[in-house]
Design a binder for this molecule. Structure first.
Ligand code: SF4
Length: 296
C-alpha cells in the first residue's frame, strides 16, 4: 500500500514536504508504522481506562518534542520497531481480545494515513472505540481525514501563549494549530457520551500545568470553557515530572499541591463541572511505561 500523503509530507505543522518513501523529515520517520510498545494501560482518565484498561498503542517518535517530555526514549531517542500493516491490525485485535475498553493511539499524528487504512481493513471486527491521543500540534486538514474513524479525541492543550510553545517545544503558533484542530475534533464527535462509566465518544482536553506557568493554564481553561462549556471534558493534570536538569529553573521544580489546587478552584469558580483532577502522587517516573519492542 502506498500513501500519497507521505510523498510530500504535510501531515503536521512542521510541513517538511519531503518524500517519506525516500528520506525523513523533522519526525525522523519513514513510511512504515513504527511502535515502541502496546499494552492495557490503567493510568488514563477513569472513563478511558475503565476496569480492564485502555488498549494503548505507543507510536515511536514525535512531531512536537517538548523539552520536558516524559517519554523521551520514544519521542526523541528514536526507540521503536517498524512493523507491517498486518501486524498493526493484529495488535489492535489482540488488545480487543484482551478486553481493552478502547484502542488508544498515542502520538499518532505522523501515521494518520496508515492508521485510517488499517482501521478500514478490519472495521467490521472492531467493536470498541478508537481514541486519538495527541499533543494537538496538528494540521486541521490531517484531522479532517479522521472523520468517521475516531470516536474519542484525547487532546493536550499545552500552551495559550505561543512564546511558551517556542521556548519549551521549539514550535510556532501552537495556540492557532491546537485551537483550530480541537474545533475540528469537536465538530466530528460532538458532546461527549458515557455508557456504564466508559466514554463512548467525545473530546477530553488535557491541561498539564507546568511549574511557574499557571497563568497560562488558567487562560487555556477559560478559553475552553467559554467555547465548549460542559460539552467537553477538561482534564487538569498535576503530573509534571522532572527527569532532567533544564536550563529553566521553573522546570526543575515539582508543582506544589497548593498551586494545583488554585488552578482547580479557578476552574470550579468559572463553572467547569465536567472535569478530571488528579489526586495522590502522580509525579513519579513509575507512571511512565517501560517501552519494550521485543513484544512487537
Ligand atoms: S509528519 Fe514528520 S515528515 Fe511529516 S510534516 Fe510532520 S514532522 Fe514533517
Amino acid at each position: 500500500m502506498r500513501f500519497k500523503e507521505l510523498e510530500k509530507c504535510e501531515l503536521c505543522p512542521r510541513n517538511c514536504r519531503i518524500n517519506r518513501y525516500e528520506t525523513t523529515g523533522f519526525c525522523n520517520l519513514r513510511d512504515k508504522i513504527k511502535l515502541s510498545y502496546y499494552s492495557l494501560h490503567m493510568w488514563e482518565e477513569p472513563i478511558i481506562s475503565g476496569e480492564n484498561g485502555s488498549g494503548t498503542i505507543f507510536f515511536s517518535n514525535c512531531n512536537l518534542r517538548c523539552l520536558f517530555c516524559q517519554n523521551k526514549k520514544i519521542s526523541i531517542d528514536n526507540y521503536g520497531k517498524e512493523i507491517s500493516n498486518k501486524r498493526f491490525q493484529e495488535i489492535i485485535l489482540e488488545l480487543q481480545d484482551k478486553h481493552a475498553q478502547n484502542i488508544n493511539l498515542v502520538t499518532p499524528t505522523m501515521y494518520v494515513p496508515q492508521i485510517i487504512y488499517n482501521i478500514n481493513q478490519i472495521k467490521d471486527k472492531i467493536k470498541i472505540p478508537i481514541v486519538y491521543n495527541t499533543s494537538s500540534y496538528e494540521n486541521t486538514n490531517t484531522i479532517k481525514l479522521l472523520d468517521n474513524t475516531i470516536d474519542i479525541y484525547l487532546a493536550d492543550f499545552k500552551y495559550f501563549d505561543n512564546k511558551l510553545g517556542e521556548k519549551y517545544s521549539n514550535c510556532t503558533n501552537y495556540f492557532e494549530y491546537a485551537s483550530t484542530c480541537i474545533d475540528e475534533m469537536y465538530k466530528q464527535v460532538g458532546k461527549f457520551e458515557i455508557k456504564d462509566n466508559i466514554m463512548t465518544k467525545g473530546l477530553i482536553v488535557r491541561v498539564l500545568i507546568l511549574p511557574g506557568e499557571i497563568d497560562d493554564s488558567m487562560k487555556i481553561i477559560y478559553y475552553l470553557y467559554s467555547k465548549y462549556k460542559d460539552n467537553i471534558i477538561i482534564s487538569i493534570m498535576n503530573q509534571y515530572t522532572t527527569l532532567d536538569k533544564y536550563n529553566y529553573d521553573n522546570l526543575n521544580r515539582k508543582l506544589t499541591e497548593e498551586v494545583y489546587s488554585s488552578v482547580v478552584n479557578y476552574a470550579y469558580d468559572l463553572g467547569v463541572r465536567n472535569c478530571f483532577i488528579q489526586e495522590g502522587d502522580t509525579q513519579s517516573d513509575s507512571f511512565i511505561p517501560t517501552f519494550d519492542i521485543s513484544i512487537l
